[in-house]
Every structure is written in structure tokens, then in C-alpha cells.
Design a protein around this ligand. Structure first.
Ligand code: FAD
Length: 338
């Protein structure tokens, strides 16, 4: 009872990365709280999935396996999750801030009157004392940028359970647990939670377009900001990225100016990346951008302004015009790697 639940998204038998990232974080929180980590997976042909989930620390895997339950539909998944949560009374429930999680999480939270913090960038356990002197132990700090990213807010939910949060893909690390969970399967008697009306919506046809561009997996990202100046100038960044075997990213200002496509946008409203090397070219380093790249192993900034906020974060700062610096980097990298 009062464990941590993670809703597991699957597509054609593959578990979504965001769900494995949430299990990794869930395992850490469960260790801190001394409770179990439970996964809930709803769909069809799910046999064997528990082994993978156990590797990421799941002690229990709640499974509702029925051809009626795949692909995802809001109403049946919501009814089943609510049914299990009402029975098991988790203290924390985590969902991916994916299109599915953004659809399902708020419905579950609304049905259970629990509240939910969307798009958390960090989740930590801590205590709280309110202004009336009431003390709360071991709450979930749901941390995220707020007011347009001008502050980092820590949101708590002292009274209602579960404490619910969504987290975007790439924000948390995905790692096997140091000690795997037992992955004990608990079959959900899902029919008892479903009404006929939950199944009223039929999926007639479904088309999924694969993401054409995914900079998330790149080990090297050469990212350009408004300071790059034009779409044409971005060619320099593509050249450097090619030489280094990396991908090109962009700030929102660069995307808004039409220098790069939205799929390349890094940050709060773009993708979250954690490459081995992130080269920020003509990017000032506003918090909405850095929220998406500050976990990079090494950051190099190229900027004409030595005081640009990105300098505080960067391991190496090159003060200069990117139009001069990047061609030199390409030239010397080519020379030195012969
Ligand atoms: C709700 C919300 C969500 C947001 N989400 C995101 C997001 O996901 N990602 C994101 O990036 N932003 C996001 N933003 C926008 C963010 O606040 C900044 O406006 C944006 O990141 C600035 O982009 P920039 O650094 O490219 O541009 P600027 O802030 O204009 O910086 C340009 C930099 O280029 C330098 N420069 C100029 N010329 C050169 C040159 N020739 N050589 C080298 N350096 C040069 C300048 O010194 C400057 O530091 C969001 C904003 C809001 C309100």
C-alpha cells in the first residue's frame, strides 16, 4: 500500500523510453521512501514485458492484457488506472508528458481529485511546514519552471493522494536499477472497472508517422541561436556537426526566426538532450533553453558576449564571432584528426 506507481506506455510491444526513465526516477524515490515501485501497463500482447520493467526497478507489474485495450484509448485506460489506484492508494503516480500521458494523467487526476503538476524537470522527496505550523514529512517536491521560466517552482500536494506528476521524455536518466525489482505480475481484473460506454469509441484507422528527426540520441550537438543570424549561416553549424559526427540543434529564437525546423529546438518547449558534447553557438542561455541541455556532459559556448548567461554553465567559453570561430574549429579538427 502507498507505493509509487508509474504508468507504462507501450507501442507494438516496445516500452516507451519515457516510461523507463520514470521507472529509473521512481526507483530512486522508492528507495528514499522505503516503499515499493509498481508499474501499470495496459494493452495487448504484454507477456514478458515485466522482465524489462524489473530491470529498471519495478517490484510489481500490474497488467491488463486484452485486445480491446490496444491501441490506447482514453476512456478504458483511464477507468482501469483509476480502479487500480482507488484500490491500491499509491502515494505517488508518474506519467510521461507525452501526448498519451498528457491525455491520461489529467483525467485520472481529475477523477481522483488529486492534482497534478505537468512537465516536471525534477522530482525530489522532502518535508514541508506550512504557515500554520502543520508539518508534513516525505512529500513529493514537483519541480518545474513557472511564469514563463522566470522562476523554478517547487509544487507540493500535502493533502490529496496520489501526488501526480508528468515528466517529458529525456528529462530523467534511463538506467537499469543497481538491484533489479522482482517484477511480480499482478493481473488486473480490468472488466470490473469498465463500462460499455468506456469502449464506445472505436478506432477505425490509425496512422503513425515515425519521427523523421530525433536529435535526442546524438552524442554531439552543435546548436545555433538567434546570434547565427540567418538560415544560410546555419550551414556552418551543419558542417561542424558533420565533421564531429553530431546533429544540429537550435534555440527557440532561431526556430521562430525560421533558421531551423522545430524538431531541432532544445529547451522547455523543445526536446531535452544530454549529449557528451553540446556546442552552443550564438545562444544567450536563457533558462528555457538551458532547461533542455544543462545535463550535457560538456558544454562549449561560442558567443560575442563574454557575459552571456550561458557562460556560467559552459565548461569552455570561446568569446568571438561564430562566423570566424566555427570555420577555424572545422579546419583544425580536420587537420588534427588526419
Ligand atoms: C514559455 C516559454 C518557453 C520557451 N521555450 C524555449 C525553448 O524550448 N527553447 C529555447 O531555446 N527558448 C525557449 N524560450 C525562449 C527563451 O526565453 C529565449 O528567448 C531564447 O532561448 C533565446 O534564444 P537565443 O539565445 O538564440 O537568442 P538571444 O537571447 O537573442 O541570444 C543571441 C545570442 O547570440 C549572441 N551573438 C550574436 N551575434 C553573434 C555572433 N556573430 N557570434 C556569436 N554570438 C553571437 C549574442 O551575444 C546573444 O548572447 C521560451 C520562452 C518562453 C516564454
Amino acid at each position: 500500500m502507498n507505493n509509487i506507481f508509474v504508468y507504462i506506455e507501450t507501442e507494438n510491444g516496445k516500452v516507451a523510453d519515457v516510461s523507463l526513465e520514470l521507472l529509473t526516477k521512481g526507483r530512486e524515490l522508492a528507495n528514499t521512501l522505503g516503499c515499493k515501485l509498481e508499474a501499470i501497463v495496459i494493452g495487448h500482447n504484454l507477456k514478458g514485458l515485466e522482465k524489462e520493467l524489473a530491470l529498471y526497478g519495478a517490484d510489481t507489474v500490474w497488467v491488463a492484457d486484452d485486445k480491446e485495450l490496444a491501441p490506447y484509448r482514453t476512456m478504458p485506460h483511464c477507468a482501469i488506472v483509476c480502479g487500480v489506484f482507488e484500490q491500491e492508494k499509491p502515494q505517488i503516480a508518474l506519467f510521461g508528458a507525452s501526448s498519451l500521458g498528457r491525455d491520461l494523467g489529467p483525467r485520472v487526476s481529475s477523477a481522483l481529485h488529486s492534482g497534478l503538476t505537468a512537465d516536471c524537470t525534477s522530482l525530489v522527496v522532502g518535508d514541508h511546514e506550512d504557515t500554520k505550523g502543520n508539518k508534513y514529512k516525505n512529500l513529493l517536491y514537483q519541480i518545474r519552471p513557472a511564469f514563463g521560466g522566470n522562476i523554478i517552482a517547487t509544487i507540493i500536494n500535502p493533502d490529496c493522494r496520489p501526488q501526480m506528476a508528468t515528466v517529458r521524455e529525456g528529462v530523467m536518466k534511463k538506467e537499469h536499477a543497481s538491484k533489479p525489482g522482482t517484477g511480480e505480475v499482478k493481473v488486473i481484473d480490468h472488466k470490473k472497472y469498465l463500462k460499455d460506454t468506456d469502449l464506445a469509441v472505436k478506432i477505425v484507422s490509425r496512422q503513425i508517422e515515425e519521427r523523421k528527426l530525433n536529435i535526442k540520441g546524438a552524442q554531439v550537438i552543435v546548436s545555433g541561436g538567434y546570434g547565427v543570424g540567418s538560415k544560410d549561416n546555419f550551414k556552418l553549424l551543419y558542417e561542424l556537426a558533420e565533421v564531429l559526427g553530431g546533429e544540429v540543434g537550435a534555440s527557440r529564437a532561431a526556430v521562430d526566426a525560421g533558421f531551423a525546423e522545430h524538431a531541432r529546438q532544445v529547451g522547455q518547449t523543445g526536446v531535452t538532450v544530454r549529449p557528451k558534447l553540446y556546442i552552443a553557438c550564438g545562444i544567450s542561455g536563457q533558462i528555457q533553453h538551458t532547461a533542455g541541455m544543462d545535463q550535457s556532459a560538456m558544454i562549449i559556448s561560442i558567443n560575442t558576449d563574454p557575459e552571456a548567461p550561458v557562460s556560467k554553465l559552459a565548461d569552455y567559453v570561446i568569446t568571438g564571432d561564430l562566423n570566424e570561430v566555427i570555420p577555424k574549429m572545422i579546419k583544425y579538427y580536420r587537420q588534427n584528426s588526419k
